[in-house]
Design a protein around this ligand. Structure first.
Ligand code: R5P
Length: 298
């Protein structure tokens, strides 16, 4: 049996149990509830002194769970866990990576400081790295980034004949190029200008030479759905078949699924960094491998 134990925050029990079973590790139970006034109660069941404990959490929506995560990590330290690893397949707050307006919080940096003080290692899947060149530029703990391109490419190969990989913005080029390379398909990128939380303007690429292909829109996050919905519209307007939409992380603001349906998306799938409808690209074998690789680096 591995020296590692797993524990889940509420909502991540199935993922933690699967990871524990794949790594032949112990599973600890976390009892948590609210006091009548709303404050949180936490109790860990199982011995943790001297153990490496991996905490699994689905941080979307993030705020309520983040405090529980920090409390749990602190409790693990108190109970003399030898090492604390955070398994956060979706890393929230990474998109606010600069002070665009005076006085704005750069929440990616604040979150990095908070988590770096709470744990020894972090495993995540394709975090939104745009202005930050890597997680190590932000976090002061051991990090492992799991790329989703391989799992997405496998889905495209199985589901889409003659695909064209399209990304709605330049930031997505890293995923589009990696997926396209794996499936041997061409790829294109839109230009994107964001005008508000729910307003984006997309400038389509040249598509004349690929009009006989099936477009697969690939993005890192689907949140309000506006970015992908506009891209679906633009591709249809250019005469291409209805697009499939694939995102690494399905964060899903209310009404986003409906918006994509109305836009005419032929399918909308995400990886299972977050559970939910359409989270059918299984990234957990890769996550588990990354967790196991943390040992090698100790
Ligand atoms: C932005 O930089 C990301 O890569 C996604 O394009 C964005 O988060 C999608 O957001 P929404 O679904 O709200 O348009």
């Amino acid at each position: 049996m591995s020296h590692r134990a797993f524990v889940a925050l509420p909502g991540a029990e199935a993922a933690a149990a699967r990871a524990a079973s794949l790594l032949d590790a112990r599973l600890l139970l976390l009892h948590t509830r609210r006091f009548p006034d709303g404050e949180r109660y936490l109790r860990l069941e199982g011995e943790v002194a001297g153990a490496t404990v991996a905490v699994v959490a689905h941080l979307s929506p993030p705020d309520e769970l983040l405090l529980a995560l920090v409390f749990l990590a602190d409790t693990l330290r108190d109970l003399r866990a030898a090492r604390i690893e955070l398994v956060l397949p979706y890393l929230p707050y990474m998109r606010q990576d600069a002070r665009f307006q005076p006085g704005e919080a750069v929440t990616s940096r604040s979150l990095a400081r908070l988590l770096s003080g709470s744990a020894d290692a972090l495993v995540t899947v394709d975090p939104h790295l745009h202005r930050w060149r890597s997680l190590d530029a932000l976090f002061r703990l051991q990090t492992r980034v799991v790329p989703a391109a391989g799992a997405i490419a496998a889905w495209v190969r199985d589901h889409v004949p003659r695909p064209l990989i399209v990304t709605p913005d330049e930031e997505g080029a890293q995923w589009a190029a990696a997926v396209a390379g794996r499936v041997g398909a061409p790829w294109r990128t839109f230009g994107k200008q964001r005008r508000g939380d729910r307003e984006v303007r997309l400038v389509p690429p040249v598509l004349d030479d690929v009009a006989d292909r099936t477009p697969v829109l690939v993005d890192d996050i689907v949140s309000s759905g506006h970015t992908l919905a506009q891209a679906v519209h633009a591709l249809r307007a250019a005469g291409l078949p209805a697009a499939r939409c694939v995102a690494v992380h399905g964060v899903w603001a209310p009404a986003a699924r409906e918006l994509l349906k109305q836009a005419g998306a032929a399918a909308v799938v995400t990886s299972n960094t977050l559970p939910g409808e359409g989270a059918e690209i299984d990234i957990w074998p890769d996550i588990v491998q990354a967790i196991a690789s943390l040992d090698a680096a100790r």
